[in-house]
Design a protein around this ligand. Structure first.
Ligand code: SF4
Length: 448
């Protein structure tokens, strides 16, 4: 029985339920909002594993892995005697994970569907809570489980993107190369759309065979935590897998293999200096990482970073759950003003239309064109028309927008649809920056 089915058979009319389906940022923000509404609407607030972050004012915390704790909570709830906290020791085998009941959601309201092949990550980054939640040894679903789950998504009518939400998709390369990826290649032979994307570590660049299999299986992008071009900062946060390598070259290898790298970057490490900000900008520009998610270091409760900074009396406030909202809960060594100035200078530069569109071209020049693409449906057609109007007629970036489209049409016509998508991303990121990073909500003053 799936989690959703469990809930469907239970009277939860007066409950707000948040699970792993939400990103941490939405989770924490919405959980706090629900806390605020709880008293006036007489809600019972039930939170899943991330609830530990917003523990106060929660009626029921169903922590650790749902396969282990959710069934007893549901049973107690049905019997009218739910406890406040449900915990489990150890981790579960993923063979117990059920297929979600897709009929319980309105798929049209989602940008992508999620599937999980593995949990856990062999690495040990100091700021990361993945290993705290899921451990170091990657636990896998069987190939048959993954294919059955994909079939269920496909049979429900979904043809859009599918996100493999693994903490590190390549945690077990051997199984991927011999079992899962060949099965995925086979699976998509008679399918349309359903492009895959995932998260992985940078050592993906070391394995051309793995890259090629992922490309053939229909992966078109991968999120990678680059964090910093500075070795000292990588050493500090124990991002050993990113050290002593040519990260720029690694990104280009992955682009040339046909996968777009979406990069995570962090500023605010103790080792960061004033020049780190410019080096981050230079790296992002040269790498052609269009979707560069730059955040300020935050200390998540439960992580080794949190424990260290707590001991040093440097945890200043609660974790917001959003590491790209331009805030932090730590006391940075370089001073908060200097850190925020540097952070804003990065965001201003990398998402200004001129710099952003130049980066898109750097990326498109390198990218191996995909063999598999999403069908050009009504939604895509409407996106094209709308972007032409909002970006190409009204937008400040209209010159860069048409220049990019023309350039792509001449140089890389197969990537035209991707060029439009990236132009829309750029607009989105600029809006986010204006709303959160260049705006002081206390004074209502723009910081640009
Ligand atoms: S590689 Fe990624 S998932 Fe693994 S510990 Fe580091 S940040 Fe976390």
């Amino acid at each position: 029985m799936s989690d959703a089915e469990c809930f469907s058979g239970t009277n939860l009319d007066h409950c707000d339920v948040f699970g792993e389906l939400k990103t941490e940022a939405f989770y924490v923000a919405e959980a706090r909002e629900a806390q605020a509404n709880k008293a006036k609407e007489e809600l019972q607030l039930i939170l899943g594993p991330m609830g530990i972050v917003v523990e106060e004012e929660v009626d029921h915390l169903v922590l650790d892995e749902a396969e282990l704790t959710l069934p007893s909570f549901i049973e107690d709830l049905q019997n009218g005697c739910p406890k406040r906290v449900y915990r489990a020791s150890g981790f579960c085998g993923l063979h117990r994970t059920p297929i979600p009941s897709w009929n319980l959601i309105r798929m049209k309201r989602y940008a992508s569907m999620c599937i999980q092949f593995s949990r856990g990550c062999p690495f040990n980054c100091e700021f990361c809570n993945v290993t705290v939640l899921f451990g170091h040894r990657p636990r896998l679903k069987t190939t048959q489980q993954v294919i059955a789950e994909l079939d269920s998504i496909y049979d429900a009518g979904w043809r859009g993107g599918i996100f493999f939400v693994d903490d590190n998709f390549i945690g077990n390369k051997g199984y991927l190369k011999t079992q899962l990826l060949p099965a995925l290649i086979d699976w998509r032979k008679d399918k349309k759309g359903c492009i895959f994307f995932t998260e992985a570590s940078i050592n993906l660049a070391d394995d051309p065979e793995l890259l090629d299999l992922m490309y053939k299986a229909g992966f078109d992008s991968v999120f990678i935590g680059i964090e910093s071009p500075d070795e000292a900062s990588l050493t500090e946060c124990h991002k050993t897998q990113n050290k002593n390598r040519d990260l720029l070259q690694d990104v280009k290898i992955i682009h040339r293999a046909g996968l777009q790298v979406m990069g995570g970057f962090i500023v605010g490490f103790d080792s960061d200096t004033h020049s780190t900000f410019q080096r981050q900008i230079d790296f992002i520009q040269k790498s052609g990482i269009v979707t560069a998610m730059v955040g300020i270091l935050q200390a998540i409760p439960g992580t080794r970073l949190f424990d260290r900074l707590w001991r040093e009396n440097r945890v200043a406030s609660a974790f917001t759950g959003d590491n790209i909202d331009g805030t932090t809960n730590i006391v940075p060594k370089m001073g908060m003003d200097r850190l925020l100035d540097g952070y804003r200078s990065i965001m201003k530069q990398i998402y200004s239309p001129e710099t952003f569109y130049r980066r898109v071209k750097t990326f498109l020049k390198e990218l191996r064109a995909p063999e598999i693409s999403s069908p050009f449906d009504v939604q895509r057609f409407l996106a094209l028309i709308r972007s032409g109007f909002w970006l190409g007629v009204w937008g400040k970036e209209r010159f860069q927008y048409w220049h990019l489209l023309l350039w792509t049409l001449i140089r890389k016509p197969r990537l035209l649809s991707l060029a439009v998508t990236l132009a829309i991303y750029g607009h989105h990121f600029r809006r986010i920056c204006e709303k959160y990073i260049f705006f002081d909500s206390d004074t209502g003053i723009s910081l640009q």
